[in-house]
Design a protein around this ligand. Structure first.
Ligand SMILES: [Zn+2]
Length: 290
């Protein structure tokens, strides 16, 4: 509960300051969507992975390939993690993606990697829910404002243990991929892209809320890999996230990951992202180079 204080005499003037977009993206290099659309036209499906409900699976892509996350049977939310397949310290940076784009992402937006790399890992090349925009509650689809459901927060709030939260699902899947144990690899699990999840902040209290996902069987979101990727996707125990999560209560459905290969000629002129060129000296004496 916020402590109510008497506002100062100039409170209205202070509140009247004009908002300025923190990162005006006019200077951010944009993906060539026209070229990407032409590349899409050449792609052929290579492989698919089924993610069972309340579980997760990993998948690998070479740069230049595409992957789709497909709603198969019923409305289902997916929690996505991405890493550089050669170096797991470079991973998806939800917070900076939110700052550079918006609270929710769609076609043309990019999934950025952590510092000191800070480059696009993947570009969203198609989104069948792109029509949703912002609804009357201020909600949108595919958010980068949530984190992921996890057993630690569940224990904090409910005093019980549940082993099928997205964090645990992702940790189990990564452990299988790396031939390790969930406990030994869970530090690699990071804030997700909440695929198909419909969320926002309440207007009165600015709290994170969720509502039934508008996704239906056949809907998909598609990504173009800008670097070699290891991905992991959890089919959230919240199902369509209309009511509850972190339990066995919600109806849950599988998700499908489809991997596509474009004609190599079509990607010959794509400009692949390099890690940030910042020198990493951070103002200390001497100069570090990467
Ligand atoms: Zn979840």
């Amino acid at each position: 509960m916020m402590l109510r204080l008497t506002p100062p005499a100039d409170a209205a003037a202070r509140r009247g300051a004009k908002p300025v977009v923190v990162y005006p993206v006019g200077t951010l290099s944009k993906p060539d969507i026209t070229a990407l659309e032409a590349i899409r036209q050449t792609m052929v499906k290579q492989n698919e992975v089924i993610v069972p409900p309340r579980d997760a699976r990993t998948f690998r892509l070479k740069k230049g390939q595409f992957f789709r996350i497909v709603c198969m049977e019923g409305a289902q939310v997916g929690d996505l993690n991405l890493w550089n397949s050669h170096d797991l310290t470079e991973r998806f940076f939800s917070g900076k993606t939110r700052a550079l784009h918006a609270t929710h992402v769609s076609t043309g937006d990019r999934l950025w990697s952590t510092m000191p790399y800070l480059r696009p890992m993947a570009t969203i090349s198609h989104d069948t829910l792109g029509w949703y925009g912002w609804d009357e509650d201020g909600a949108g689809v595919h958010d980068v404002i949530g984190t992921r459901c996890d057993p630690y927060t569940n224990r904090l709030l409910n005093g019980s243990d549940y082993d099928r939260c997205c964090h645990s699902n992702l940790a189990r899947a990564l452990a299988t991929e790396l031939r390790s144990t969930p406990g030994a690899v869970e530090h690699h699990i990071h804030d997700v892209l909440n695929v198909f999840m419909c969320t926002g902040y309440t207007k009165d209290s600015h709290q994170y809320f969720m509502k039934a996902s508008p996704v239906r069987a056949g809907d998909f979101i598609e990504f173009f890999a800008e670097i070699d990727l290891l991905g992991a996707l959890s089919a959230c125990p919240g199902g369509d996230c209309s009511a509850t999560h972190s339990s066995e209560v919600a109806a849950c459905y599988p998700l499908k990951i489809e991997i596509f290969e474009p004609n190599p000629v079509s990607i010959a002129h794509w400009s692949w992202p390099s890690p940030s060129a910042y020198h990493r000296g951070h103002g200390a004496p001497g100069k570090e180079t990467r």
